[in-house]
Design a protein around this ligand. Structure first.
Ligand SMILES: Nc1nc2c(c(=O)[nH]1)N[C@H]1C(S)=C(S)[C@@H](COP(=O)(O)O)O[C@H]1N2
Ligand SMILES: [Mo]
Length: 233
């Protein structure tokens, strides 16, 4: 791609991102992580206005590994990310195409439903919002289903998935994301319990109606909001 083509592509992504933001702004304002006036938890206010430690959580320095026990090892030359469903422009990205998308650096917290929280993790990756801007969700899109290479699935509403700290990360603390934590790339959802972030991300399907993922079908909360102790349904 020439420099001119890639800057046009970036302009299109930025333009589409602004439109998505406008389209979802009202719904995003109503989500608990920004509108809750009685969030449950303790400690000083965190970066998105919530108590630092959500109710029922304790802070750990360690980073436990939680998954279905199978760690799929996908070489980068075989790795693909499919983004499809209720979108105008479905894509199947190679690793190089994924890495050529706008890259974001962010620091955020990780809250696991099994009651540990790890704070101030430093990430690099692609914003979900930028990926959405690339594929252009149809007016009918309301949710996404994320699929991992290990067969895991989890669903997220678009107003949560489009928050600027929802990333597809490939780097943590300056190093490639380790296989056991979902490398080469996983999703993180800092304002929802961590099971909403699929490790070994393989496919993101936009949906026109909600559908439940692996844990959601087994009694975990559909919404997974840490400051409401929203663990199980
Ligand atoms: N693909 C995949 N993603 C997954 C899981 C899984 O089993 N498979 N487990 C989820 C759960 S329950 C949690 S708490 C976090 C744990 O991430 P970690 O192992 O990096 O701490 O990943 C989530 N994402
Ligand atoms: Mo979990």
């Amino acid at each position: 791609m020439s420099d001119e083509q890639s800057s046009e592509k970036l302009d299109r992504i930025i333009d589409a991102r602004m439109k998505l933001k406008a389209r979802f702004e009202e719904k995003m304002k109503q989500t608990p992580s920004v509108s809750d006036n009685k969030p449950l938890g303790s400690g000083p206010t965190n970066r998105h206005g919530m108590p630092l430690v959500p109710v029922g959580q304790h802070v750990t320095e360690k980073w436990p590994v939680l998954d279905l026990g199978y760690h799929p090892n996908i070489p980068l030359n075989k790795w693909r990310l499919i983004v499809d469903g209720e979108v105008e422009n479905p894509v199947m990205l190679t690793w190089d195409e994924f890495m050529a998308l706008p890259q974001t650096d962010d620091t955020s917290d990780f809250h696991c439903v099994t009651t540990w929280s790890k704070l101030d993790m430093h990430w690099q990756g692609v914003r979900f919002m930028d990926l959405a801007a690339l594929v252009q969700p149809k007016e009918t899109a309301t949710h996404v289903m994320c699929y991992g290479y290990d067969t895991y699935t989890t669903n997220i509403s678009l107003e949560e998935a489009l928050k600027p700290d929802v990333l597809l990360v490939h780097t943590v603390d300056g190093k490639p994301l380790p296989l056991e934590h979902g490398g080469p790339a996983r999703v993180i959802t800092p304002q929802l319990y961590a099971w909403k972030g699929s490790k070994w991300i393989k496919r993101i399907e936009f949906l026109s109606a909600n559908r439940l993922g692996f844990w959601e079908e087994r009694g975990y909360s559909n919404t997974a909001y840490p400051w409401r102790n929203d663990r199980y349904s």
